[in-house]
Design a protein around this ligand. Structure first.
Ligand code: HEM
Length: 538
């Protein structure tokens, strides 16, 4: 019968980014009319005024006038590449997702980004990096939308507009462009101390990576995995770069920002062109799906906490190889639309309140950024699985749908093949028991320790890495105009570690305060050492 959903390229679900735009030997208008000249407008006489009837002039200028689309509200600066993901089959006991099965090869597109800077900002600024991968699986598209830092600034997504307002340039001066060196940033993080753990990573060398190829990636949140028998586990995703984790020195990063602001973008492109394909292992940390959703006392729904690898090792489950550059930056890297809600059978979300807000945010922002509700039809966003939805019409609709009954069940368009729920290959949300409590705007008590893991991170660093962290705090805080903000952040650092606080206070020429709410002491034992980092020295 007639397929219910037909794309302009028929069965082609996205392999070719070029539609009907570059065919034939001659230059034409958008209507296919062959043009004799594109350099001179049509005028009333050689030196006379331009004629309104010049359709080519008007079409050319009109289209140019509308070439720009809004940049991403965050992560505006970035670059992507195509590749393949090869499953190892090692996740089978905990996850039934087809793309993780042994030897299964799935096409992917990965985009790396900074968070704060605008689309034209420099690559080697001190910032968290995005690490987002779209897996075009046979069961539908799965997006792993992560960062290169395993924790986040905030515990509840309702604060996301606030933290981004604080991190973006000041509304009056529109400075600084892409750094954490300003009053609103430090005002926010010193008042919202749940940010402390992330800030420690952000002041470390992790925030000035040498290359996208040498970054770890983290899904940050805890996800729920489902196996073929319906059994569930909780899990965190990790990307481990085969080239190892390497950072720039601060001085290198500053020089590169001036000499080659496209340093990371160029490095990604050149390495792929030269055949040195960047590679990562995808790994999972797996935890029992207990009712309290904690592991070794760590709340798994709190995205400001990690689970040290010594407590839950990372099992490799597949290899990512980036092996093809985009042919058109706008079509691919700019128009790609990731979303944490793009899931496949075997991977489900949890109640992490940060993740819950993200589930709303991505589709919503893309509605504006990509000009209407049909952005899943843009070539880079087209699933490689067959699509048969009941979404119709809207701005930029490219599909010519058949049939008369875009609803289910129906008796007009070839019966009723809709059997979701009965079929285990469909995505069925995990039937989690939801606590019947009061409606509240409160965080659980387990979210209140803001310092212990920040201290854990500090204690995991070598002496040289600590020196870099102390210098980064001094430099970035040194840019604040308001002394009260510096003093408040020093109080936060006193809670993390007195030595760090003392070093930064000295650098700023201020007295070091006493700790008011010190972190629980963290034994510098290997059992508590940090993800992927180096181990305690004292
Ligand atoms: C974009 C990661 C939290 C809203 C992105 C991107 C990444 C990312 C990697 C860039 C995607 C791309 O390359 O196109 C994360 C991580 C988070 C987090 C790891 C926390 C663990 C949030 C929260 C919100 C949010 C809490 C909102 C409530 C957005 C928006 C975009 C974005 C609106 C722009 C998307 C677009 O325009 O296509 N995020 N994010 N993010 N994120 Fe997040």
């Amino acid at each position: 019968g007639t397929p219910a959903h037909v794309t302009p390229t028929g069965a082609d679900t996205g392999a070719s980014p070029q539609l009907n735009s570059q065919q034939g030997a001659h230059l034409t208008t958008s209507q296919g009319l062959r043009l004799p000249d594109t350099d001179h407008s049509l005028k009333a006489g050689e030196r006379g005024p331009t004629l309104l009837q010049d359709h080519h002039l008007r079409e050319k200028i009109m289209h140019f006038d509308h070439e720009r689309i809004p940049e991403r509200v965050v992560h505006a600066r970035g670059a992507g590449a195509h590749g393949v993901f090869i499953g190892h089959g090692t996740a089978a006991a905990v996850c039934k997702a087809g793309f993780l099965q042994e030897g299964v090869r799935t096409p992917v597109f990965t985009r790396f980004s900074t968070v704060v800077g605008s689309r034209g900002s420099a690559d080697t600024v001190r910032d968290t990096r995005g690490f987002a991968t779209k897996f075009y699986t046979a069961e539908g598209t799965f997006d792993l939308v992560g960062n290169n830092i395993p924790v986040f600034f905030i515990q509840d997504g309702i604060k996301f507009p606030d933290v981004i307002h604080a991190a973006k340039p000041h509304p009056d001066r529109e400075i600084p462009q892409a750094q954490s060196a300003h009053d609103t940033f430090w005002d926010f993080v010193s008042l919202h101390t749940e940010a402390t753990h992330h800030v420690m990573w952000q002041m470390s060398d992790r925030a000035i990576p040498r290359s996208y190829r040498t970054m770890e990636g983290f899904g940050v949140h805890t996800f729920r995995l489902v196996n073929a028998e319906g059994g569930t586990s909780l899990a965190k995703f990790h990307w481990k770069p085969k080239a190892g984790v390497h950072s720039l020195l601060w001085e290198e990063a500053q020089l590169i920002n001036g000499v080659d602001p496209d340093f990371h973008r160029r490095d990604l492109y050149d390495s792929i062109e030269s055949g040195a394909y960047p590679q990562w292992e995808l790994g999972i940390q797996v935890f029992p799906d207990t009712p309290d959703q904690t592991f070794e006392g760590i709340d798994l729904l709190d995205s400001t906490k990690i689970v040290p690898e010594e407590l839950a090792p990372v099992t490799p489950v597949g290899t990512l190889v980036l092996n093809r550059n985009p042919t058109n930056f706008f079509a691919e890297s700019e128009q790609v639309a990731f979303h944490v809600g793009h899931l496949v059978p075997g991977i489900d979300v949890t109640d992490d309140p940060l993740l819950q807000a993200r589930l709303f945010s991505y589709l919503d922002t893309q509605l504006t950024r990509l000009g209407g509700p049909n952005f899943s039809q843009i070539p880079i966003n087209r699933p490689h699985a067959p699509v048969n939805d009941m979404l119709r019409d809207g701005f930029h609709q490219h599909a010519v749908h058949g049939g008369v009954a875009p609803y289910k069940p129906n008796t007009l368009d070839g019966g009723c093949p809709f059997t979701a729920g009965a079929d285990m290959s469909a995505f069925v949300e995990f039937p989690q028991v939801v606590e019947q409590g009061r409606k509240v705007r409160e965080a659980p008590a387990s979210y209140s320790d803001h310092y212990t893991q920040a201290r854990l991170f500090w204690r995991s660093l070598t002496a040289l890495e600590r020196e870099h962290v102390a210098r980064a705090f001094t430099f970035e805080l040194g840019k604040c105009y308001e002394q009260a903000i510096k003093e408040r952040q020093l109080k936060v650092l006193a809670n993390v570690d007195p030595v760090l606080c003392e070093q930064v206070a000295t650098g700023l020429g201020l007295p070091a305060p006493e700790a008011e709410n010190p972190a629980r002491d963290v034994a510098p034992s290997p059992a508590l050492s940090q993800i992927g980092g180096t181990w305690p020295v004292d």
